[in-house]
Ligand binder design. Structure first.
Ligand SMILES: Nc1ncnc2c1ncn2[C@@H]1O[C@H](COP(=O)(O)OP(=O)(O)OP(=O)(O)O)[C@@H](O)[C@H]1O
Length: 287
């Protein structure tokens, strides 16, 4: 990919004042095949203030994705309430979702994938060409407008997914491991681009990741989840504006990384469903 063309160019008029995300006593269970319920999210209280970037980390199955789906209004809590600003969440253009895979429409080209989001958001037909161009410029994909998803790299497809999510001018961005499938170099460049976009547009972000490093490098706060509960809430001590390369060299990065990773390691080792269960708990458990 030509990186000189790929730097995001956020448009100033897109800056918004934003809404908060509030979970109050939220629990959500699912029925498993054997009929037993599993509590995916357990009595969660969390406020993400407007324009704050909160990352959620934790072992597989701890409820991270369920928390995002509750914030989007795709599923409703069994107990408690979720609020976007003062109102319950309503899926739609005001809430941008980006998933681990881009989920593009394969028979529409890049332009038309973004145009689809503009149509869904109710933008007048006369504005759509201009807005498609603007959103593609923001993610550095103007030159790829006529290409189809199958002709793009994984990183480019995620850029289209980001452009599509931004097309509704959301003040809320919910991101579920959006860079997990990318190679290390593309991931770091996408992280830098997301930092730049967020600095310019100031959305409220809830970002799920398995990577402690990614959480620290992007977020204002990192939440640790385990067994459906919020176990820790760490304010990131890295300055903004933030550069990935510089932030990783700061002592605060190493300290916070060690603090967060020790908790996640403990959760993984203590989880009976984990392949690591009982393997690293000290000499007395070995045999
Ligand atoms: N639709 C569903 N039906 C049944 N069980 C579900 C459903 N969605 C989630 N679960 C269960 O809820 C728990 C939490 O799942 P969730 O996907 O939120 O975890 P996660 O932390 O995002 O996991 P991962 O990191 O592996 O994506 C898991 O035990 C999962 O099996």
């Amino acid at each position: 990919m030509n990186r000189t063309a790929a730097r995001p160019q956020p448009s100033p008029e897109a800056v918004n004042t934003g809404r908060s995300i509030t979970f109050s006593g939220v629990s959500k269970s699912f029925a498993l095949r054997d009929g037993l319920p599993t509590r995916a999210v357990d009595a969660v209280d969390l406020v993400v203030p407007a324009q704050q970037f909160v990352a959620v980390v934790g072992p597989s199955g701890c409820g991270k994705t369920t928390l995002l789906r509750l914030a989007d209004g795709l599923i409703a809590p069994d107990q408690g309430s979720v609020r976007i600003g003062a109102a319950p969440p309503v899926p739609g253009p005001g809430i941008g979702m980006v998933f681990q895979t881009a989920r593009l429409i394969p028979w529409r080209n890049v332009s038309d994938n973004v145009r689809f989001a503009l149509e869904a958001a109710g933008w007048p037909a006369t504005d759509r060409d201009r807005l498609v161009q603007e959103h593609l410029r923001q993610v550095g994909l103007e030159r790829w407008a006529a290409h189809y998803p199958a002709q793009l790299s994984g990183g480019m497809r995620q850029r289209v997914a980001l452009a599509r999510a931004l097309a509704g001018q959301p003040d809320i961005l919910l991101m579920d491991e959006p860079f997990a499938n990318l190679d290390a170099q593309t991931r770091e460049l996408m992280q830098e681009d997301l930092l730049a976009l967020c600095a310019a547009r100031r959305p409220t972000v809830l970002f799920v990741t398995h990577s402690v490093d990614e959480a620290l490098l992007l977020a204002d706060r990192v939440i640790v989840m385990g067994g459906g509960k919020l176990l820790d809430d760490v304010e990131v001590a890295l300055p903004r504006p933030r550069s990935i390369a510089e932030a990783t060299r700061l002592p605060a990065f190493a300290e916070q990384r060690a603090h967060l990773w020790s908790q996640i390691r403990h959760l993984v080792l203590a989880d009976p469903a984990s392949a690591f269960f009982g393997r690293h708990n000290g000499p007395e458990t070995r045999g």
